[in-house]
Ligand binder design. Structure first.
Ligand SMILES: *Cc1c(COP(=O)(O)O)cnc(C)c1O
Length: 369
């Protein structure tokens, strides 16, 4: 049997090991924030935003951003039905109501027209998730947010390396959040980042992130309000610094792998892959194939074929409204249809040409069966 192809795997070199070892050996006492501050500064520079706060997860970054904006009971937050549960959990924790809308059939990202149709007097915010690295229509969403005086948020957990026109994904809204979970393009094991250009929001999230203790507070152990404990450790940040030094290399490899898939598969009738607009760059975190209904190819066949070829079969996100925590929104037809005829393809830095070919052969084999 051929070696199993995982859907993802981090790329950890001597650099990450050296920085993490240094943090573990020396990053204490007066040096306990050195890598954290360096990672935040470097990340803000990479994104070209003034403020970044390292967090223990993307979920935590989202939770604090929403809390700092005062989102809570009675408020509605609009987001795509196609999403990871991490995007909606903080909305629910704060007592606000998530409103799930459909995705566009080609980008698999939130449909701006569906957003407009879902706005009520209780709507406070829109979350734009750049799914699998694909970009939301930020120009249109920003115009909608402005017209209706709503907050626009970017979930850029999957979109490191994606660029919308001349701005990096995550830097285009009121605030953006990132994930450094082990499956993401850059990783610290677990971890996240909150970014914003709003100085006031930055200070509020900074205070919330430190148990409600304000920066510069001279009284010890003195929270001014109840906050959260969503901080990143210095050892994790050390890994983050190394990954950030390699971000261009890591994204370039993601793109190479995607382009190999695209070159081999795009000519097959009824097969669509992640789109890339001419004025945008897709970081291609997760290469994905969606089969047209006319092909008759379904999720079960895809899972079986991948399993037979000893390749991880990672399914397309089911609509959140279809999970037990929520009520089904069956009018979200794209969110409810695409997952049943789609699959994510493996993509990690050290994938070999022959592994990529095995994945391609598996998909082609299914199409010609
Ligand atoms: C991974 C992911 C998250 C959550 O990240 P954590 O760091 O695990 O909290 C949120 N949103 C999306 C779209 C993700 O893919």
């Amino acid at each position: 049997m051929s070696e199993r192809i995982l859907y993802t795997k981090p790329s950890i070199t001597a650099l990450e090991v050296a920085y993490a070892s240094d943090a573990a050996a020396n990053g204490w006492g007066e040096h306990c924030y050195d890598y954290i501050h360096r990672f935040e500064t470097g990340f803000a520079k990479y994104l070209d935003v003034p403020y970044a706060i390292a967090t223990s997860s993307c979920t935590g970054a989202m939770h604090m951003g929403l809390a700092a904006l005062g989102i809570g009971a009675g408020d509605e937050v609009i987001l795509a039905d196609t999403n990871w549960v991490a995007t909606v959990a903080p909305i629910v924790h704060l007592g606000a109501s998530p409103v799930f809308v459909d995705i566009l059939p080609n980008s698999w990202c939130i449909d701006p027209e569906a957003v407009v149709a879902a706005i009520t007097p209780r709507t406070r915010a829109i979350v734009a998730t750049h799914i699998y690295g694909n970009l939301c229509d930020m120009t249109v969403l920003a115009a909608i947010a402005k017209r209706h005086q709503l907050i626009l948020i970017e979930d850029a957990a999957e979109a490191i390396g994606s660029v919308y026109k001349d701005r990096r994904a995550g830097s285009l809204a009121h605030f953006g959040v990132f994930s450094f979970h082990g499956t993401k393009t850059i990783t610290t094991g677990e971890g996240g980042m909150f970014v914003t250009a709003d100085a006031g929001l930055y200070e509020r999230v900074l205070t919330l992130s430190n148990h409600g203790r304000k920066r510069g507070e001279t009284k010890q152990f003195w929270p001014e309000k109840i906050g959260f404990k969503y901080k990143m450790s210095n050892v994790q940040a050390a890994m983050g610094c190394a990954q950030l030094e390699r971000v261009d290399e890591l994204v370039a490899r993601k793109r190479e792998i995607f382009i190999a898939y695209r070159d081999a598969l795009q000519s097959i009738l009824g097969v669509a892959l992640n789109p890339e607009a001419t004025d945008c760059t897709n970081g291609f975190w997760m290469p994905t194939v969606v089969f047209d209904q006319t092909t008759g190819i379904n999720r079960e066949q895809l899972i079986a074929a991948f399993s037979h070829a000893n390749i991880d079969a990672r399914v397309f996100f089911d609509p959140l409204s279809s999970t037990p925590a929520f009520q089904a929104v069956l009018t979200n037809v794209n969110s409810y249809s695409i997952p049943f005829r789609a699959i994510n393809l493996p993509s990690y830095h050290d994938m070999t040409t022959s592994q990529i070919k095995r994945v391609i052969d598996c998909v082609i084999g299914l199409c010609s069966a």
